[in-house]
Design a protein around this ligand. Structure first.
Ligand SMILES: *[C@@H]1O[C@H](CO)[C@@H](O)[C@H](O)[C@H]1NC(C)=O
Ligand SMILES: *[C@@H]1O[C@H](CO)[C@@H](O)[C@H](O)[C@H]1NC(C)=O
Ligand SMILES: *[C@@H]1O[C@H](CO)[C@@H](O)[C@H](O)[C@H]1NC(C)=O
Ligand SMILES: *[C@@H]1O[C@H](CO)[C@@H](O)[C@H](O)[C@H]1NC(C)=O
Length: 832
């Protein structure tokens, strides 16, 4: 505690007594004297102890050891005024010792001390009672006790005491108390702000400093800021800022100001009173880094109001800020970057910073040794380049790309996120994107994509989407190892992270190799899981799921039962039937290796002639006894049919579905050496040729649809009357085919008797090859159909074509008939 100038001129109150000299060897005696019944002795002993304790902390410790504290704690309540006064002097000084504090707490001295705090009390008692509280209030539990004993209200009263020591000690106690939130709020309730503002004008610098520190704490409270404003606190602060001779207070003033500027009203007030100019002037003239830092922090707050922003912009604040970037102080640079980020929320400022060469200056700071400067610089650039292509380009011209890519690996928290945001903004321009990609950005993204911080994840996934949107970006995706972390993020529980990861996945899912890699990493499984959850599914996850599936139409048809007219099948497509829960997608090769079984056969499409494909027929040795198995299968197929006769169709079909839902058989690993190839389907090939030659040449669309339907029906057993379906033994036919081929995979061209789903499949794959547009939809119980769009009706006026209507193509009963969707006829075709 600094002694103050004024105090020394005061006459020592003890001068009416002959001082009692104490030599060190007599200290014990003096302590004993504290127990004397004689008031005169007590007075002198207390005084002597005060003098001795004032000399230093060691002396206070030895007094404590000699047992001086206990009697003193009682003497402060002595009935004699002089004894009381001198005891307080001694105790007040003693309380600075930490062991004494502990003992005083134990002796529960606080109530007696607080009991003396009234303006009517002897000023000396008040001075030392408050000195005692100033020491004790540094301790947490004492702080609470003082507050509970209404000490704060009494201390606030004492701020208006005429004695500067009482003021100072009370202020110091208050400062300690308001470090706790309840006292901070109590101070506002007790109207403590006006007396504090009063003290700003004190002639003692130490009181002014303490007042500002207290204000810096209490103005964190919103209500207190209102009072502060109403009591013209801002004006008082500005007043101090304008006085050069008070420069040692300016840092604290600016700190209080930063707090107060949280409020819109203060922002307006400072503008209306011309305070803004003062502040700005301050930035350009202040020379101490501490002051500049606080001033710039205040500016950053000011920039948040658009009216103030306008003023700041008019005052050319951007130029001052750019100049401050060259100050060689990490804290000034950090604060300035934050202010630039705040001002750059406005386009005019973004442009002004570019014109002042500010972007170049900020880019330079990306290489700073101080982590917080690098982070702030990246943040400023993220703000500067937001929706501002010219600024993004300026970052590139200032050669910022390399440093930004490096910053993706920066250990300083937040830096990677800001750097990723800048790179996202830059990636919109092709030249910049190419430059960024050439610096190995994909590999650098691996780390932030594994960050524990969600903000970093959000920004990193966004950068990935922006950079992978073109072919040149996707090229090194796989090599860089980005896909693993990305697929993991699809599982994130954080909504934004998951959404961005889905978005990045659909952007990356643009070529087969990348998609295969992502599928290998389990992307499809996650997306399927997400799609099954109403909470987690959204347009981004659906889009990602669709993107991946569009590279694997076999899987898409199996999982979603639908192929759109834009999903064009090719050789190698196969229909393994509807996917069932928990059944992982087996490859065609896996399926080919399964022993012949009772499940629904897999239907495969391949018109590639043997010249280009080395055919490997399924191995004969698969079955121990093929003939036996064939017989069994035919018998079982017949059993189905006879069972079905006694019951409704539905039950018959259900029965088969149950059979099919049994777990798949073990995969028999036959021969892993040779590469398995799908057998050539010559019959299908000739159907393609026939379709191309006969249907491809038809001009009228509806006629094309019908002709193709007749071709398909002809290939698969011709028309079947609705009530004669039981005589159409397609299941037996397929069973026989299966054993003839010794495989569960049946090439579509071999099927001579097919029902709804075989015919719809053949229709779709032929249509895809001859450029006829149609979809394929699987229903329940072996139903499947194709939907085509027909333009019917006359244009209402030239150029206005009525929208096309969807039709189903009848392939079974009246092949070639087009059934308008949702009519009873169409519904009958789709359902049993
Ligand atoms: C303790 O007080 C004595 C007597 O006034 C003084 O001579 C001595 O320097 C003090 N010791 C310390 C360590 O302050
Ligand atoms: C940006 O600042 C300029 C100049 O102060 C102002 O005219 C403009 O309205 C501001 N724009 C926005 C979006 O606040
Ligand atoms: C995703 O779920 C929705 C709602 O259940 C479903 O309509 C959609 O077909 C599913 N998408 C895929 C690709 O499975
Ligand atoms: C399609 O999905 C199946 C099942 O997951 C998989 O075996 C096959 O390799 C995939 N095909 C492609 C081209 O990704």
């Amino acid at each position: 505690m600094g002694k103050k100038v004024k105090k020394e001129s005061e006459p020592p109150p003890q001068d009416v007594f002959d001082p009692l000299p104490i030599q060190s060897q007599k200290v014990a005696t003096v302590v004993l004297m504290l127990n004397s019944p004689e008031e005169e002795v007590l007075v002198k002993a207390c005084e002597a102890i005060h003098n001795y304790a004032e000399k230093g902390d060691e002396n206070r410790s030895s007094l404590l050891g000699l047992g001086a504290v206990e009697p003193l704690s009682l003497l402060i309540s002595h009935e004699d005024k002089l004894v009381r006064r001198n005891a307080f002097m001694a105790l007040g000084v003693m309380a600075a010792n930490s062991d004494v504090k502990i003992l005083l707490k134990k002796l529960d001295v606080i109530p007696s001390v607080i009991g003396k705090l009234s303006l009517e009390e002897d000023p000396v008692v008040l001075e030392f009672a408050t000195l005692c509280l100033a020491s004790l209030s540094m301790d947490f539990s004492c702080k609470v006790q003082i507050a509970e004993q209404e000490g704060l209200a009494l201390l606030i009263q004492l701020l208006s005491s005429l004695d500067p020591d009482i003021k100072k000690n009370s202020l110091e106690s208050i400062y300690n108390l308001v470090q706790d939130l309840p006292s901070r709020m109590a101070l506002q309730r007790l109207n403590g702000v006006p007396p504090l503002l009063e003290l700003l004008g004190s002639e003692f610098p130490v009181i002014q400093q303490l007042t500002l520190s207290t204000l810096a704490t209490v103005t964190m409270d919103t209500d207190t800021r209102v009072t502060f404003r109403e009591e013209r606190g801002l004006e008082k602060l500005m007043d101090i800022l304008c006085q050069k001779e008070l420069s040692d207070l300016h840092a604290e003033v600016l700190q209080v100001m930063s707090n107060v500027l949280e409020d819109r009203e203060s922002l307006q007030l400072i503008r209306d009173t011309g305070g803004l100019q003062t502040l700005l002037q301050f930035i350009s003239t202040a020379t101490l880094p501490g002051l500049q830092t606080h001033a710039v922090k205040a500016i950053a707050k000011l920039a948040q109001s658009s009216e103030n922003h306008r003023l700041l912009h008019e005052q050319d604040t951007e130029r001052s800020l750019v100049e401050l970037l060259s100050v060689d102080s990490a804290s000034v640079r950090t604060a300035t970057c934050h202010a630039i980020a705040a001002m750059s929320l406005n386009l005019s400022s973004q442009d002004a910073f570019r014109h002042q060469d500010g972007i170049h200056a900020v880019v330079q700071l990306l290489g700073s040794e101080a982590g917080e400067v690098r982070q702030a610089a990246a943040q400023a650039l993220a703000s500067l380049t937001r929706r501002n292509p010219l600024n993004a380009h300026a970052v590139y011209e200032a050669e910022g790309v390399e440093a930004l890519v490096q910053q993706l690996r920066d250990i300083c928290p937040g830096t990677a996120a800001h750097a990723a945001a800048v790179l996202t903004n830059m990636a919109e321009q092709e030249v910049l994107r190419v430059s960024i990609l050439s610096r190995g950005v994909m590999a650098a993204l691996v780390e932030p994509l594994q960050s524990a911080d969600t903000h970093t994840l959000v920004q990193a996934t966004q950068a990935l989407s922006a950079l992978a949107s073109q072919a040149e970006g996707r090229a090194d995706l796989r090599n860089a190892g980005v896909l693993g972390p990305l697929v993991k993020l699809l599982r994130s529980n954080h909504k934004d992270v998951r959404r961005n990861a889905c978005w990045a996945t659909s952007v990356c899912a643009n070529d087969e190799l990348t998609v295969m890699e992502m599928c290998k990493l389990g992307a499809l499984d996650v997306l399927q899981e997400i799609n099954g959850s109403a909470n987690r599914r959204n347009q981004f996850s659906e889009r990602a799921f669709q993107s991946l599936l569009s590279f694997n139409l076999s899987l898409k048809y199996s999982l979603t039962n639908t192929l759109a007219s834009t999903d064009i099948t090719t050789d190698g497509f196969y229909d393994p039937g509807q996917a069932r829960a928990g059944q992982s997608g087996l490859t065609l090769e896996d399926l080919s290796k399964q022993p012949v079984n009772q499940r629904r056969p897999v239907i495969a499409i391949n018109a590639k002639p043997p010249e280009t494909v080395s055919i490997q027929e399924p191995e004969e040795s698969q079955q121990d006894s093929p003939t036996e198995a064939l017989t069994a299968s035919v018998l079982s197929a017949k059993a189905y049919i006879s069972k079905g006769k006694g019951k409704g169709r539905k039950e018959d079909e259900k029965l088969r579905d149950e059979e099919e839902s049994k777990p798949p058989l073990e995969v028999v690993d036959m021969d892993t050496e040779k590469q398995w190839m799908l057998p050539y389907d010559a019959a299908f090939h000739s159907l393609v040729t026939k379709a191309t030659n006969t249907i491809g040449i038809i001009h009228e669309e509806s006629e094309q649809y019908s002709a193709l339907a007749r071709l398909v029906s002809e290939a698969m057993g011709g028309p079947v009357e609705v009530d004669r379906q039981h005589d159409f033994l397609w299941e037996l036919h397929l069973s026989e085919l299966r054993y003839e081929l010794q495989s569960n995979i049946i090439p579509i061209g071999r099927i001579r008797k097919g029902t709804y789903y075989h015919r719809a499949l053949l229709y779709k794959v032929l249509a895809d090859r001859i450029g006829v547009s149609c979809s394929l939809v699987r229903g329940e119980y072996n139903r499947a159909w194709n939907e085509v769009l027909l333009y019917i009706g006359m244009p209402c006026y030239p150029g206005c074509q009525p929208p096309p209507t969807a039709h189903l193509v009848d392939l079974l009963h009246q092949p070639g008939k087009l059934l308008r969707a949702n009519t009873p006829q169409a519904i009958q075709y789709q359902t049993i």
